[in-house]
Design a protein around this ligand. Structure first.
Ligand code: PGA
Length: 252
């Protein structure tokens, strides 16, 4: 059985006290739920990662970063390296998010290097891919995602690739309130799994967790997660309210 996961991408939100409160609310909710069939990952801003690790020690959630440097150390002012994250016991890192691609001009080659450096430091990348609206409208969405996978992660040897989590996040659905339909998500997830099967074999394809992200909330999560190839979600806006995020977790 492949792992079901719900990850919360807090993006650049919450002050220290707000972040602390939200983490405790989620921890309390998880304790009451005794949920063990789904892995929960919180990805707060980097400045709160240490606090998240402390709180996670009393809870069942895991902690992920939102970004990572492609370099392991050195004169890169403002950056945070994989060994630094590993030294805090951070298990996951979102890599290749569309906001990093758009606002920070990250391309597939750079993203590929970030994925590799994360894996080499025992941090599981949550690799994001997805098409923009004109690409979907032109019917190119499958091809676009295939290219993103080929350039950034299909370059990995099987032993490394099998450590990945993939998140399909259609860019037109992120933060817009317009989620992909369950059928659209299933089509892409099944396609990604077929590509993985062709490249790495059926065993790896079958055990790979593929998350859906983009305006996923407590109302639509159940329908999205009930699709056979949707193994959970990467949640942005709806992960910022404990009650809603906990409901999403219960929808898996
Ligand atoms: P959203 O963001 O849930 O707010 O659409 C998802 C994401 O960017 O990971």
């Amino acid at each position: 059985m492949r792992e079901k996961i719900v990850a919360g991408n807090w993006k650049m939100n919450k002050t220290f006290t707000e972040a602390e409160e939200l983490m405790h609310q989620i921890a309390d909710g998880l304790e009451q739920m005794e949920e063990d069939k789904v892995g929960v990952i919180l990805c707060p801003p980097a400045i709160y990662l240490e606090m998240a690790i402390d709180i996670s020690e009393e809870s069942s959630f895991f902690v992920g970063a939102q970004n990572i440097s492609e370099h392991e150390s050195g004169a890169y002012t403002g950056e945070i390296s994989a060994p630094m994250l590993a030294s805090l016991n951070i298990d996951y890192c979102i890599i290749g998010h569309s906001e990093r691609r758009k606002y920070f001009e990250e391309n597939d080659e750079l993203i590929g290097r970030k994925v590799a450096v994360a894996i080499h430091n025992n941090i599981t990348p949550i690799y994001c891919c997805g098409e923009v609206l004109p690409e979907r409208q032109a019917g190119n969405h499958l091809e676009v995602v295939k290219m993103q996978l080929e350039k950034a992660v299909f370059i990995l040897p099987p032993s490394e690739f099998s450590n990945l989590i993939i998140a399909y996040e259609p860019v037109w659905a992120i933060g817009t309130g317009v989620n992909a339909t369950p059928e659209q998500a299933q089509e892409m997830h099944a396609y990604i799994r077929r590509l993985i099967g062709a490249k790495y074999g059926q065993d790896i394809a079958h055990q790979m967790t593929i998350l859906y992200g983009g305006s996923c909330n407590a109302s639509n999560a159940g329908a999205l997660f009930s699709q056979p190839d949707v193994d959970g979600g990467l949640i942005g806006g709806a992960s910022l309210k404990a009650e809603e995020f906990l409901k999403i977790i219960q929808s898996v």
